[in-house]
Design a protein around this ligand. Structure first.
Ligand code: ZN
Length: 203
């Protein structure tokens, strides 16, 4: 319903895969994994909003892959019922979180190395993943950075000062040619956001 972007990354040699933010449509995710002969080894959640995590239990039950989330979003994770009633949807079942994502750590999958950047603000435990891929590096940004916008901070645990600090100190120092995969909406680049994002012009 909320059109969350889900990322699937697979290693060409080991055929292992990471899925980031399985909000819903688990059948579609499974079909992609199957089509590419991939075995899911990690389910990574950028933050514990229902539209990013709603399908995680189903996917975990089907694949046995461990679930990753930053510890500071556990309070948010525990109020999935409240989040669901806020949206007027039935509450999803929740799975146990297996691994806490921490700043500077990596989620590995074959040759893929996704570095965790803790970017509090949209939620206390929001993280981005920086994923080098040959010549092109991608930033999976969750709801911290969108094309010419940023995440809202009026929901549970949101903090507008913190999101601006995260953007300034953690994301803007990244290189211009990095491709940003936001949690919603079209792709962008760090360079485009540096130039055109109205929220970043004060820095
Ligand atoms: Zn969100």
């Amino acid at each position: 319903m909320l059109q969350c972007n889900c990322s699937i990354m697979g290693d060409e040699t080991t055929r292992e895969a990471i899925v980031v933010d399985p909000g819903d449509d688990i059948e579609a995710i499974q079909a992609i994994l199957q089509r590419h002969g991939l075995r899911l080894t990690s389910i990574v959640i950028t933050h514990a909003h229902i539209d990013h995590i709603g399908g995680a239990k189903k996917l975990k039950d089907l694949t046995g892959a461990p679930l990753y989330l930053n510890e500071l979003d556990m309070d948010l994770y525990r109020i999935m019922d409240e989040q669901a009633s806020f949206l007027g949807t039935p509450p999803p079942q929740t799975a146990n979180v297996d691994v806490f994502l921490r700043e500077g750590e990596e989620v590995r999958c074959g040759e893929i190395r996704a570095s965790v950047i803790h970017t509090p603000g949209h939620s206390p435990g929001s993280v981005c993943l920086l994923v080098p891929d040959g010549k092109e590096t991608k930033l999976i940004a969750g709801d911290t950075l969108f094309r010419e916008s940023i995440g809202r901070t009026d929901l549970w645990g949101g903090n507008s000062r913190n999101i601006l600090m995260s953007l300034k100190e953690k994301l803007l120092p990244l290189e211009d040619n990095i491709v940003v995969v936001p949690g919603h909406g079209p792709l962008t680049t760090i360079g485009h956001e540096r130039e055109y994002n109205p929220f970043l012009q004060a820095f």
